[in-house]
Write a protein that binds this ligand. Structure first.
Ligand code: F0G
Length: 456
């Protein structure tokens, strides 16, 4: 890793009382008041970023794309001038994360009633979710600090990502997940990457509570998004997005909200890019939650963002089944700084939006689809205008949760639930697999029928 300030030079600030501490002295919570910490920007190495100037910085980041160095091939460490840096003798643990594609969603744009709609697909990361961009940073720091064990509570993607980076970095990992509430794809990843995996008989918030007790008794390093280094890495998705638009800023960026680390990280990045002079305006960042896991929506609507209203979370979008989001204060700040908004969407709206993103040839996991479902509502409300440019942040890969997709197309997803009636609107999107005798005629008949029906 090229020269930069040592880990010890990084400063952390409490988002509650504002106390600033050098990283070497701090844990993951403020020693004075217990609130969350964030990495102070500009970091010491931003002096060099500022000295370089915005044009040179953009050129440097672009040039690194053709380098063979592991750090340059990573879509996270490529932007190291705005990240806390590792000591020279400590290489990053990298799976060449980031560098994710930006897709135009033309059919979904028509459905939503807008002209320009894009998806930044963070599900195209090495373990299939946006978590990798943060994990490369935080896991590298854990190894540099000499931790043998890392741990997280998770709805599935954090644990998959953490287990992979821990294995690559020669560390052991402990995963706490809610039993029966995470998608199989994610659970199988944690097992495959060698994590000690505990399915606790509770929900995500309960897993978080147990994890906090574990770390008081054992020297394990927490890799949940309360870890400020995770969010530094996750910032790079926003920087890369700006780069993909040749540093033009879209009108809106729409993000799913669970524990609220990702929206906080993306917001931090846009604000920092503005401070560095790489952009002059900000996109409105809006956060969408499932109706059954709507703590932030309620917090904004009922308290103006002043006091968290935790909820008991229920949604089939298991990734965002979180009732007591840790980073809510950071997310509220992002909403205020960028003039974004919050919205909630129903289970059926999520399922429909997921199928629509799939039919555009992209696909994503259910939690990511809240973005399109939310966009449709924001267009109807006039918050997003038909001429606005919009980016949806798709956070997880379609194959993370194949069970949801299969049930959807077989028509079983809402069977026997209170959503059954509302789910009638989904039939036009459903394409159940067809079982036939192994002869050419029945196949041709199916083809003819499909031709008659046209593209659905
Ligand atoms: N989308 C996906 C696919 C996720 O896995 C998560 C969170 C989110 C959105 C929400 O992001 O928490 O930063 O607001 N997954 C967590 C996990 C919490 O444990 O994998 P957030």
């Amino acid at each position: 890793m090229p020269a930069g300030p040592k880990l010890d030079d990084t400063l952390l600030r409490c988002i509650g009382c504002g106390a600033v501490t050098p990283v070497a002295e701090s844990g993951l919570a403020c020693a004075a008041c217990g609130d969350l910490l964030e990495v102070v920007f500009p970091p010491p190495n931003a002096d060099s970023a500022k000295a370089l100037g915005s044009a040179a910085l953009k050129a440097l980041w672009r040039e690194r794309r053709s380098s063979q160095l592991p750090a340059d091939q990573s879509g996270v460490w490529r932007f190291r001038e705005v990240l806390p840096s590792l000591g020279e003798e400590h290489p990053a643990i990298t799976l060449r994360e980031g560098n994710t594609p930006l897709y135009e969603l033309s059919r979904c744009a028509r459905i939503a009633g807008i002209g320009q709609l894009y998806a930044k697909h963070q599900g195209m990361n090495p373990t299939g979710s946006f978590k990798d961009t943060g994990m490369t940073v935080a896991a590298s720091f854990a190894r540099q600090e000499g931790f043998r064990w890392v741990a997280c509570a998770s709805t599935g993607n954090t644990s998959a990502s953490m287990a992979a980076y821990a294995a690559r970095g020669g560390m052991r990992s402990l995963v706490l997940v809610p039993e029966g509430q995470i998608a199989w794809g994610k659970l199988s990843q944690a097992l495959d990457y060698g994590a000690v995996t505990c399915q606790l008989k509770t929900d995500f918030d309960g897993c978080m509570r147990v994890l906090n007790q574990v770390v008081q008794r054992m020297p394990v390093y927490v890799l949940n998004s309360v870890n400020p280094y995770r969010l530094e890495g996750q910032k790079t998705a926003a920087i890369e997005l700006l780069e993909q638009f040749d540093w033009h800023v879209t009108d809106h960026v729409i993000v799913p909200g669970g524990n609220l680390g990702n929206s906080s990280a993306l917001g931090k990045a846009f604000l920092e890019m503005k401070e560095l002079g790489l952009i002059s305006t900000l996109p409105k960042i809006s956060i969408i939650q499932a109706e059954g896991a709507n703590a932030l929506v309620r917090t904004i609507r009922e308290t103006g963002g002043k006091k968290l209203i935790p909820v008991e979370a229920h949604t089939m979008a298991t990734a965002i089944r979180i009732g007591n989001p840790a980073s809510w204060k950071k997310a509220v700040r992002v909403l205020e700084a960028t003039s974004g908004t919050v919205e909630q969407v129903s289970e059926v709206e999520i399922a429909l939006a997921k199928a629509e993103i799939g039919a555009d040839g992209i696909g994503c996991e259910p939690a990511s689809a809240v973005t399109l479902a939310g966009l449709k509502k924001l267009v109807k409300q006039g918050f997003v205008k038909s001429r606005d440019s919009v980016v949806l942040i798709l956070t997880g890969h379609l194959l993370k949760d194949p069970e949801f997709t299969l049930k959807f197309h077989r028509g079983d997803l809402f069977a026997g639930t209170r959503h059954e009636k509302e789910a009638g609107i989904l039939s036009a999107q459903q394409r159940a697999p067809i079982v036939l005798d192994a002869n050419v005629d029945p196949v041709l008949k199916v083809l003819e029928q499909a031709e008659k029906e046209g593209i659905r």
